[in-house]
Design a protein. Structure first.
Length: 288
């Protein structure tokens, strides 16, 4: 288990009484969060919802945000600086990142860029300083889903978290591997292996494309949907052939160069899909 999983704590700007947490530092006035009991804060007997990583170096803000999220039922972990935050963001599974822009070590925009290379569809909300418009614009262009300006109210933050999670695609059962006609794609290992013992490495984006297709069986996935869900860009505002280029490279690596292709299929006028998706396997090894 990661260290620093959130628990009810006190510190600068925060004081607690039985069943009540008071936070002064976030918005310049007292915010009262009525807690049912300390056991709810620890998750005992409670159903935790989405997993959120909070990367924030200001202790008072960090504690207040984490306590508010945990009170709402989210499973919260935090990082105190950019280097620690980057490590946790890249090597664990999250449903949302709350990311401060100005951090010691690796800054928030750099973390965002590196996260987008690995977790292309992970929702990210930036925490920015008042008047720091350039960072907000830069962050949105690099794939942030939303931002909150400090000082902010906890009610606003919670509403934005809920809204971003609501419009993010629900994660289907994670597919670990996919096989067809002598080739097996191992998503976690970023490779496709062939029955003759040879293998080809896959890039993170190539894995994202294949996994998304495998997790959406029985239908064609359009270019616009791939751009929206994987690249996190508005297809109406860009003209790009990146999808076609990735599909071409994937067909080459998967030795799917028949005319027409027989593995990564083109459905004319609709998009792409994988053949034989009944062979996709979930985390438990059962057919998906």
């Amino acid at each position: 288990m990661l260290r620093n999983a959130i628990s009810l704590r006190t510190g600068p700007g925060v004081r607690s009484t039985p069943g009540l947490l008071r936070i002064r530092s976030l918005i310049g006035k007292e915010v009262r969060l009525v807690l049912a009991s300390p056991s709810v804060r620890r998750g005992t007997g409670a159903v935790l919802k989405k997993r959120i990583l909070v990367i924030e170096d200001d202790e008072a803000v960090r504690i207040g945000v984490c306590d508010a999220l945990a009170h709402e039922g989210y499973a919260v972990t935090f990082a105190e600086d950019g280097d620690q935050g980057l490590e946790r963001a890249l090597h664990s599974e999250w449903d949302l990142l709350l990311l401060d822009v100005m951090l010691p070590g690796c800054d928030g925009i750099s973390i965002l860029e590196q996260v987008r290379e690995v977790h292309t569809a992970l929702p990210v909300i930036l925490l920015t300083a008042l008047g720091d418009e350039s960072s907000r614009v830069q962050g949105l262009k690099r794939g942030a889903d939303d931002y909150v300006v400090k000082p902010f109210s906890l009610m606003e933050l919670l509403a934005r978290v809920e809204a971003v999670l609501r419009r993010s695609p629900e994660r289907p059962q994670t597919v670990k591997e996919w096989s067809l006609e002598g080739r097996t794609v191992y998503f976690d290992r970023f490779e496709v292996c062939f029955e003759d013992g040879t293998r080809e490495e896959l890039s993170p984006r190539e894995v994202d494309v294949l996994r998304y297709l495998a997790e959406n069986p029985g239908r064609a996935v359009s270019r616009d949907e791939l751009l929206t869900r994987i690249w996190r860009v508005n297809p109406g505002r860009v003209e790009t052939r990146t999808i076609d280029m990735h599909v071409a490279r994937l067909r080459e690596k998967m030795r799917d160069q028949n005319k027409p292709p027989s593995v990564l299929l083109t459905v004319h006028g609709q998009g792409y899909m994988l053949a034989g998706q009944e062979a996709a396997k979930g985390a438990g090894g059962t057919d998906a």
